[in-house]
Write a protein that binds this ligand. Structure first.
Ligand SMILES: NC(=O)c1ccc[n+]([C@@H]2O[C@H](COP(=O)([O-])OP(=O)(O)OC[C@H]3O[C@@H](n4cnc5c(N)ncnc54)[C@H](OP(=O)(O)O)[C@@H]3O)[C@@H](O)[C@H]2O)c1
Length: 377
């Protein structure tokens, strides 16, 4: 699957910040747990509808909302951004907050540098500020460092992070992630992440698109500084189960690293709204072709049937399936309020173990789509 990163590169205790206009610089305190039993700590921390990100002590809602499409003109939005889409994205943000979903994922490269695009971080920052003018909201922001080939040294991480904080209009974020592995190596970037924690610029640090080996190396390097690796954000859905097959999910569970699942509804393909007769338009149409959607249909039908038995939509079933895997926080992308509201209904109930396995077994009949090549670096 082509992802935003690729497109744009060519293109405690709940420690959530109370974001009220004025920002507080926070003092570095050693994170809570680095030990291999951090998984148990994360489970124990699960309370009040939130879950700890690995051993970091940062708690987020069990589902977050992805903001890649906000302002983007490279992959989403028919290559055009306008006021109507802006209002819809703001609606998605507000509806998420109204439904109690307060974890948002963005990246410096989302909506960056392309004509007509608006940076997703700037939009998220604006939405937070506008909401805070009405009431106090506790929002957890995750953003990402683009490991571009011309970025060298640990200082490049701090430099990029400060620019992100500027666009977001905050003095720190809850989670800072390396968006994809660096082609020249990752040690400097990981040291930069550690510096960011120690400087109080971020509460927790994570990686994204990291293989099992890279994940273990990153975990060990940060552990030497007493900093837990909080998360690995990877492509994971019912029809893209690579993390189950390549050792990433098992390593996350073993190390107590939260797996943040991106493209969890397969970019809309698992919602049931796209059919062989009505495939998605634009770049997604090259991935979710009529032929692919035809093979997907039996699974889509069963998802719908199971959803009906719970009074839930297909979207809610496939997101619940991910939550049922344990140690997984899905971050579906919402373009409008209706989509965001639907996500909230993925929580607060559970598929049975039999249903989880039945869906996995049906999904095995569908040949997976191509993933982001950097996963294999
Ligand atoms: N780390 C990485 O490399 C990476 C890569 C990709 C994504 N991500 C993150 O993960 C987030 C989510 O991934 P994603 O956006 O690729 O895919 P996704 O969450 O699987 O799909 C999002 C798309 O599905 C459609 N949709 C959403 N809710 C729906 C609903 N209730 N009913 C029907 N259709 C619905 C929308 O598009 P339409 O309405 O146009 O169909 C929406 O843009 C991103 O926003 C980003 O934060 C990270």
């Amino acid at each position: 699957m082509i992802t935003g990163a690729l497109q744009v590169a060519a293109g405690g205790q709940p420690l959530l910040l109370t974001r009220r206009g004025q920002q507080r610089r926070r003092v570095f305190r050693p994170p809570q747990a680095v030990a291999s039993d951090a998984a148990a700590a994360a489970t124990a921390n699960e309370e009040g509808g939130k879950v700890a990100l690995g051993g970091s002590g940062v708690a987020v809602t069990k589902l977050g909302v992805g903001a890649w499409s906000w302002g983007d003109t490279t992959y989403w939005n028919e290559f055009q951004w306008d006021d109507r889409k802006l209002k819809a994205a703001k609606g998605a943000f507000d509806a998420s907050i109204d439904c109690g979903i307060t974890f948002f994922d963005t990246a410096e490269v989302y909506g960056a540098g392309i004509s007509g695009a608006i940076n997703s971080e700037s939009l998220l920052g604006r939405f937070i500020k506008e909401r805070q003018q009405k009431e106090q909201v506790d929002v957890a922001i995750a953003t990402k460092f683009a490991a571009l080939p011309w970025r060298f040294g640990r200082g490049s991480v701090i430099c990029a992070l400060k620019a992100s904080l500027d666009r977001l209009g905050v003095s720190s974020v809850e989670l800072y992630q390396l968006h994809w592995p660096g082609i020249w190596g990752n040690e400097d970037y990981l040291d930069g992440l550690g510096d960011a924690v120690e400087q109080g610029l971020v509460k927790a640090v994570g990686v994204s698109n990291y293989s099992e080996k890279r994940l273990r190396d990153a975990y060990q390097r940060l552990k030497k500084r007493g900093i837990p690796l909080a998360s690995n954000q990877v492509n994971y859905s019912l029809i893209y189960r690579n993390p189950e097959e390549n050792g990433v999910k098992a390593a996350c569970d073993e190390l107590g690293v939260t797996l943040i699942a991106y493209s969890p509804i397969a970019q809309g393909a698992l919602t049931g709204k796209y059919t062989p007769e009505n495939p998605p338009k634009g770049p997604r149409g090259r991935i979710y072709t009529p032929e692919f959607l035809t093979k997907l249909q039996p699974l889509i039908n069963r998802i719908k049937e199971i959803g009906e038995s719970y009074g839930r939509t297909s979207t809610q079933v496939v997101l619940n399936w991910l939550v049922c895997q344990g140690n997984v926080v899905p971050i579906p992308g919402a373009k409008n309020a209706e989509q965001a509201r639907e996500f909230a209904g993925a929580l607060g109930w559970s598929l049975t173990a039999d249903e989880v396995e039945e869906l996995r077994s049906m999904a095995r009949q569908v040949k997976p789509v191509i993933g982001f090549p950097v996963e294999k670096l």
